[in-house]
Design a protein around this ligand. Structure first.
Ligand code: PXL
Length: 278
């Protein structure tokens, strides 16, 4: 019998467009050969153009979903995305503190691609205080990295290396800052550890704006860590997977493009070869 799939627990909000959030995590994790466990933190009403409403679930419901599956199955990695409320952040922090050996990928979701706020100032503070110190890796884009580190001392923290150093000081082990929002020809992503930059990868800049690219990247890191890859390779493999899913992206509605996380299932090599119908 083949090996059972690694199990990854995603804490995320439902995205009715299927582009980001829990749906993005489930698609990515399944596409990368993992079994996704899904703890819903909030429900959004949204389409491919943006988020209209958010309803956070009671923290108790979030905890009960997590405890039920954690007591039943071995989990090989955690991935945390959009959180819904300060109470939920505190509750999740307490749950995961019981599992210090499970790698944790934290995607600090602050806003949608359209700019809709998805985390208040107090949620941002709670995330930094309670979740960041437990994270194996945090995956902000450059805007989020600046927002998470700004304003708490006299230094100019605009420089991304300084942002990374500050995030590492706050207690996570690694920081991957993505460069989509920087004014550069290619998109360059930097992985930082306590010794400074560990790897930098540049990718051909695709023309379109995608919804759910950050969730895809963070879930892909969780999938590769769950499969046992060391962090440096995990981050590369996850970027390569994400870039391919963006390149295969499609525009199902009137707003943004969505990554196709199942690109391989429709490629010539990966597609099921039909040999005839009965
Ligand atoms: O891409 C960040 C994100 C995460 N989770 C949910 C979202 C978004 C962005 O819109 O809606 C549910």
């Amino acid at each position: 019998m083949s090996q059972p799939p690694p199990i990854v627990l995603s804490f995320a909000a439902s995205d009715s467009s299927g582009g980001a959030g829990a749906q993005a995590d489930i698609l990515t994790l399944a596409s990368m050969g993992c079994h996704p466990l899904s703890v819903i933190t909030a429900i959004t009403i949204q389409d491919t153009a943006g988020v209209d409403h958010v309803m956070a679930l009671d923290a108790e419901w979030v905890v009960d979903q997590a405890r039920a599956v954690l007591e039943d199955m071995p989990v090989h990695a955690f991935k945390i995305g959009m959180l819904g409320s300060v109470e939920t952040i505190a509750a999740i922090a307490e749950v995961i503190s019981d599992y210090p050996d499970i790698p944790l990928v934290l995607d600090p979701v602050l806003a949608s691609g359209r700019g809709d706020e998805l985390a208040s100032g107090s949620m941002r503070a709670a995330m930094c205080e309670l979740l960041l110190p437990q994270a194996t890796i945090i995956t902000p884009n450059s805007l989020e990295a600046r927002q998470l580190t700004q304003g708490d001392d006299e230094h100019d923290l605009q420089h991304l290396a300084q942002c990374a150093a500050r995030l590492l000081q706050m207690g996570c082990k690694y920081v991957l800052i993505t460069g989509t929002h920087e004014n550069t020809l290619q998109v360059t992503n930097h992985l930082y550890g306590c010794e400074g930059v560990i790897r930098s990868d540049s990718w051909y800049r695709l023309a379109d704006a995608y919804h759910g690219s950050g969730c895809t990247l963070a879930s892909a890191i969780a999938a590769t860590l769950a499969s046992g890859l060391p962090i440096v390779e995990s981050v590369y493999e996850a970027q390569a997977y994400t870039w391919q899913s963006l390149k295969a992206g499609f525009r199902p509605g009137m707003g943004q493009y969505l990554p196709d996380r199942m690109f391989w299932a429709r490629s010539e090599a990966g597609a099921v070869q039909r040999t005839g119908t009965k």
